[in-house]
Design a protein around this ligand. Structure first.
Ligand code: ASP
Ligand code: MG
Length: 451
């Protein structure tokens, strides 16, 4: 059995849905198809909810436009004799959506719970339509088997219950093609929730792991992971294969190809992921697979990546203070991209996204208020207008040649490198440079390894 996930652009237009139909129907294995909402629809549902919250009655026109988009697809792609029930379902969903918006408009209040309900209509609609477009497909409703728990102010997967429920929903079922709405879920009270923006990939991974699929295919609108962002580096190429950890590292650095939590469930079960392009199905794509038994074989650099707006936070303090920093930052919701090795004056620097730097400063100044007063720790210093550039490859500890080539390329350039390190778990080498030098640093590294 295989799990195929189609993103918003893949299910967004009549033409792209023709490709989806062809791709799915040409499979001979049993297939679970997970779908996103029509491209752009989730954003539009949210914007319309905000309109209703402001008391702006034009939300009604938005509903009409959204409905037309769906019915146009049905008229173009669903055989006439099968349209009746589907159009009734779509009508019903849109009248529920309208009632939800009316409630928001009357109360002039948009709670998280209402918003979760509003966005759920996207996948509920697209999955019903895709089921009718694909010959022989059957709809499975993820609201009944993907379950979430509340953690702080977020919904997280309730793994044990979800596994049991998937097992009973699919276990004895005789199907050749199952269609499942991605992203959406319910909590233990049956209230609609979701797995977070981009969460359809995660739904697909959860199903692939639970059903012991032979592979997970993520069908999107690019040919795969790239050696660099092609908007910045025109000669970027598709990466043919990545390990699970390399893919995670690229995601941590903001690669938008898949939703990061997607990797864990399939990594755990060693199910390979294939990134494929719905608009170029014959392209090989990127394979993400297990390479734990590499036996010391040399690895190649896989890609260069960067975060444009980062800042460097520097402190000087003894080890007993320094050792607490990462924990405090992570508890405050700050992700550290890089920590430099400590120098002889006990100085250490952390590269952090600029959007999180004030949070980081406050967290450390609050925690170490007394130590800063007594001089055991210097006040927090922050350098802004920086970018963090990284090169990703597995097992860098045992492949020092890659680090050597990075140093050589950087030394030969006139780039002002503010900090650099090989990051745990040794899957990336990161460099902090001035913001204006970001593209130059990326190009230099890309030339060194991929040209
Ligand atoms: N439709 C949802 C979103 O736009 C989930 C997804 O597409 O993965 O975030
Ligand atoms: Mg996505």
């Amino acid at each position: 059995m295989k799990v195929l996930k189609f993103g918003g652009t893949s299910v967004g237009t009549i033409e792209s849905l023709r490709n989806v139909k062809e791709i799915v129907e040409s499979n001979t294995e049993r297939t679970v198809v997970v779908v996103s909402a029509l491209g752009g629809l989730t954003d539009r549902l949210i914007e319309t909810a905000k309109k209703a919250e402001r008391g702006d009655e034009s939300y009604r026109e938005e509903i009409v436009a959204m409905k037309t988009r769906h019915t146009d697809i049905i008229e173009a792609l669903v055989p006439e004799e099968q349209r009746g029930d589907l159009l009734k379902d779509v009508d019903l969903l849109f009248s529920q959506l309208e009632r939800t918006y009316t409630g928001i408009c009357l109360l002039e209040e948009l709670s998280c719970r209402s918003l979760d309900k509003v966005v759920s209509f996207g996948e509920r609609l697209s999955s019903r339509i895709v089921t009718r477009i694909i010959t022989g497909a059957r709809l499975f409703d993820s609201l009944t088997f993907i379950k979430t728990l509340r953690r702080f102010d977020r919904h997280v997967l309730d793994n044990d219950i979800t596994l049991q429920l998937i097992d009973s929903a699919f276990g004895d079922c005789d199907f050749q093609i199952a269609v499942v709405p991605g992203f959406i879920s319910t909590d233990s009270n049956g209230v609609i929730t979701n797995l977070g923006r981009g969460g359809s990939d995660y739904t697909a991974a959860i199903l692939a792991a639970a059903l012991n699929a032979s592979s997970l295919e993520i069908w999107t609108d690019v040919d795969g992971f790239m050696t660099a962002d092609p908007r910045l580096i025109p000669d970027a190429k598709v990466i043919p294969a990545l390990s699970f950890t390399e893919a995670m590292e690229l995601c941590n650095f903001g690669a938008k190809v898949i939703y990061p939590p997607t990797i864990y469930p399939v990594f755990h079960k060693n199910i390979p992921i294939f990134i494929k392009n719905t608009f170029n199905p014959s392209a090989p794509g990127t394979r993400i697979h297990d390479v734990r038994n590499r036996n010391g074989e040399p690895v190649d650099a896989k890609g260069v990546t960067s975060l444009a707006a980062t800042s460097l936070l520097t402190i000087e303090a003894q080890e007993n203070i320094r050792s607490k920093v990462l924990n405090i930052l992570s508890r405050s919701g700050v992700s550290v991209l890089l920590a430099t090795p400590t120098d002889e004056s006990n100085r250490i620097s952390y590269s952090i996204a600029s959007s999180e730097i004030e949070l980081a400063r406050t967290a450390l100044e609050t925690e170490f208020y007394a130590e800063i007063e007594t001089g055991e720790m210097t006040p927090v210093r922050i350098e802004e207008e920086l970018s963090t550039v990284a090169i990703v490859a597995d097992d860098l500890k045992n492949n020092i040649e890659i680090s050597q080539r990075v140093s050589k390329a950087m030394n030969a350039s006139d780039l002002d490198i503010r900090a650099w390190t090989v990051a745990a778990p040794e899957t990336s080498i990161s460099l902090v440079v001035k913001k204006d030098d970001r593209c130059r640093a990326l190009q230099l590294l890309h030339n060194e390894f991929f040209s």
